[in-house]
Design a protein around this ligand. Structure first.
Ligand code: ADP
Ligand code: MG
Length: 314
C-alpha cells in the first residue's frame, strides 16, 4: 500500500525550476532513497512533502492526507519525523531538554516522550550525555540528537535529509542501523543522499533525481545494472601464459593476489565460461570459480547518470 504518493510535484524559485514534475510512490514499510548530487532538488522535495514550503504545482499524499490541503498540515506534521540537512538544535539547552521541548511541540503524551527519549538516547549512545548542553557536542553527537528528536512522537514516516553527511564511518553506521531498525518496525523511510554506496546499503528502492526523476528502480536492479561484479578464480599455480589467456578475453580489469585472479567482466554470466576455458587451454588448473559480492563502491553517480541517459536515448 502506498504511504507516500507523489504526482507531478513541481517547485519553482522564481525562474529556476528546482524540482520538475516528480511522480512516484513509496510503500508502507519501505526505505526509499532519493539519490542525486548537490542542487538536484532533494531537500526541496522533502520540504514540500513535509509542508515546510509550498509547492508550485502537482501534489502528494501522505497516507490519506493531501499536502495541498492547508487544513491537513498539522495532521501531516504529527505523522512525520524529519532529520533536516542542517541540525538546528537549541544550543543552550541540554540534549534532554531539546528532546523534551520537541515532544511538547508535537503535543505527544508525556510518558511516550519520556520513554522515547530514554530509548533513543541509549540506542545512540548519548544517554550519559543527556544533561550536557548541546553547544559542547561534536557534529556527530548533534546529528544523533537530531535523529532522536525526529522520533520523539513515534512518527509513521521518517524523512532523513543526508543524515550521514559530515559524520565519521562509525557514526554513519549507527544511523544506518537505526534506519534499518525503524524499517523493521514497519515505518516508512524517505532518505535523501548523494552517496550511492549509502543508498545501496539502506534502500529498498532508489529514485535518481536531477531536477527531474531520471529513474526509479529497486536497489537490486540498479546494482545489476551498475555494480562491479568480480569473478574470483583460484588456481593451483599461476604463470604468464595463463594471465595472457585471461587478457585475451578482454576483461575490464584483472587483479592477482597469490594464486587468485579477480576478473571484472562485462557480463559474468556470459563471459565466465570462455575465461575458464581459456585458462584451462593455457594449462591452468582451476580449484574454484566464484562470483564475489556485488558492490557499487567506486562507481560514481556520474557514471550512473551517463549510463541512464545513454539508455534513454537508445
Ligand atoms: N529558497 C530557495 N530560493 C531559491 N533557490 C533555491 C532555494 N532553495 C533551493 N533552491 C535551488 O533549488 C535547487 C535545488 O536545491 P536543493 O533542493 O537544496 O538540492 P539538494 O538538496 O539536492 O542539494 C538548487 O538550484 C538551489 O539553488
Ligand atoms: Mg539538500
Amino acid at each position: 500500500m502506498p504511504m507516500i504518493e507523489v504526482s507531478g510535484l513541481t517547485k519553482k524559485f522564481g525562474q529556476i525550476t528546482a524540482v520538475d514534475s516528480l511522480t512516484f510512490s513509496v510503500d508502507e514499510g519501505e526505505v526509499f532513497g532519493l539519490l542525486g548530487p548537490n542542487g538536484a532538488g532533494k531537500t526541496t522535495t522533502v520540504r514540500m512533502l513535509c509542508c515546510l514550503i509550498s509547492r508550485t504545482s502537482g501534489t502528494a499524499k501522505l497516507g490519506d492526507l493531501d499536502i495541498s490541503h492547508r487544513s491537513e498540515t498539522m495532521k501531516i506534521r504529527k505523522m512525520i519525523g524529519i532529520v533536516h540537512d542542517n541540525v538546528g538544535l537549541y544550543e543552550t539547552l541540554t540534549a534532554y531538554e531539546n528532546l523534551e521541548f520537541y515532544g511538547q511541540m508535537y503535543e505527544a503524551p508525556r510518558d511516550l516522550v519520556k520513554g522515547n527519549i530514554k530509548e533513543y538516547l541509549e540506542m545512540l549512545d548519548l544517554w550519559d550525555q543527556r544533561d550536557r548542553r548541546v553547544v559542547s557536542f561534536s557534529k556527530g553527537m548533534k546529528q544523533k540528537v537530531a535523529v532522536a528528536r525526529a522520533l520523539i512522537h513515534d512518527p509513521q514516516i521518517l524523512f532523513f535529509d543526508e543524515p550521514t553527511a559530515n559524520l565519521d564511518p562509525e557514526a554513519s553506521k549507527v544511523i544506518r542501523d537505526l534506519i534499518l531498525k525503524l524499517k523493521g518496525e514497519g515505518r516508512t523511510i524517505f532518505l535523501n543522499t548523494h552517496n550511492l554506496d549509502e543508498a545501496q546499503r539502506t534502500c529498498d528502492r532508489i529514485g535518481i533525481l536531477k531536477t527531474k526523476l531520471i529513474a526509479v528502480d529497486t536497489t537490486k536492479n540498479l546494482e545489476n545494472a551498475f555494480a562491479r561484479k568480480v569473478t574470483a578464480i583460484v588456481l593451483a599455480s599461476l604463470n604468464d601464459s595463463i594471465l595472457n589467456a585471461v587478457e585475451s578475453r578482454n576483461p575490464k580489469r584483472v587483479t592477482v593476489e597469490g594464486n587468485t585472479i579477480r576478473i571484472e567482466l562485462e557480463d559474468p554470466d556470459r563471459d565466465t565460461p570462455s575465461v575458464v576455458s581459456a585458462i584451462s587451454g593455457a594449462g591452468g588448473q582451476i580449484k574454484s570459480v566464484k562470483e564475489e559480492g556485488v558492490s557499487l563502491e567506486g562507481v560514481s553517480l556520474e557514471d550512473v547518470y551517463l549510463s541512464i541517459m545513454r539508455r534513454g536515448q537508445n
